[in-house]
Design a protein around this ligand. Structure first.
Ligand code: ADP
Ligand code: MG
Length: 258
């Protein structure tokens, strides 16, 4: 079925197997280099993410998880194939709308938080709002609200560099969500944390996913965390596959990653 046809069907939200498609890829291919140095990372990656799903991608280092997430966030362009956001091909969006898309539609969470260490937690979280032109006072107010939401109301004026690893990742989560995106893409968000902090951060992501009605795609090495998602995808030889059904997915068939 074409994405347009999916949209036309306009199925009731909340019914996950038939909920609206938020993000989709068709025949996504990404190669780096050329000639003898040609590296095919994504060969034929097909993904259908439906509204409200929380999906994990589990694959070894070098499999192409970050490459895929960057393409989904329009931070990079595919060699061929198409990414659709809410049924619209991203390649058809002009540069200005693309900047808007990156700022508002998708929240991106990196493994290493990428905060500005000399700026306060509040300033870091406010940054995407200031970049899109929001006024300073309202941006800082919104940032504080989000810091409270991730449990850091007592750290708002700390410089990011003074915070613990777990706290820094919470700031990064607030920064990823402060613009109100509908999709959260997280690239090994707990990869640099000890086990206790990894669980705490994952539980926070689960809570925010629910309360803000997000659609989330999370790359992780941690199978125990991945098992809490609605389904798990593997990435093998540049192709996405349903890796195993979790309890929530109740026996979904293997094969196509949809
Ligand atoms: N910009 C790039 N130029 C060349 N090779 C790259 C580039 N980015 C990633 N790669 C290579 O592509 C492969 C997949 O990388 P990546 O998507 O980062 O994997 P993962 O996130 O699963 O560890 C790796 O072999 C990596 O070295
Ligand atoms: Mg990676």
């Amino acid at each position: 079925m074409t994405p347009q046809a999916q949209d036309a069907k306009h199925i009731a939200a909340g019914d996950l197997p038939t909920a609206n498609v938020v993000l989709e890829t068709r025949g996504l291919k990404k190669t780096y280099g050329s000639g003898e140095k040609l590296l095919s990372v994504l060969v034929d990656a097909n993904l259908v993410l439906r509204q409200g799903e929380m999906v994990a991608i589990v694959a070894p280092s070098g499999a192409g998880k970050s490459t895929l997430l960057h393409l989904l966030a329009a931070l990079d362009t595919p060699t061929s194939g198409t990414v659709y956001f809410a049924t619209k091909a991203i390649e058809s969006i002009n540069e200005r709308a693309l900047a808007e898309f990156r700022n508002r539609a998708v929240g991106f969470l990196w493994q290493r938080h990428q905060l500005l260490p000399d700026f306060t937690a509040t300033e870091n979280v406010a940054m995407p709002l200031l970049l899109r032109g929001d006024d300073f006072t309202s941006a800082l107010g919104m940032a504080r609200k989000w810091l409270a939401e991730v449990g850091l109301e007592n750290r708002v004026d700390h410089r990011a560099g003074e915070l613990s690893g777990g706290e820094q990742q919470r700031v990064a989560i607030a920064r990823a969500l402060v613009t109100g995106p509908s999709v959260l893409l997280a690239d090994e968000p707990t990869g640099d944390l000890d086990e206790q902090n990894a669980w705490a951060v994952f539980e926070l992501l689960e809570r925010l996913h629910r309360t803000h009605k997000l659609t989330s795609l999370i790359a992780t090495h941690n199978l125990a965390l991945a098992a809490r998602c609605d389904r798990i995808l593997g990435l093998e030889h540049g192709v996405l596959r349903t890796r195993e059904a979790t309890a929530a997915a109740s026996g979904a068939p293997g094969g196509e990653a949809s």
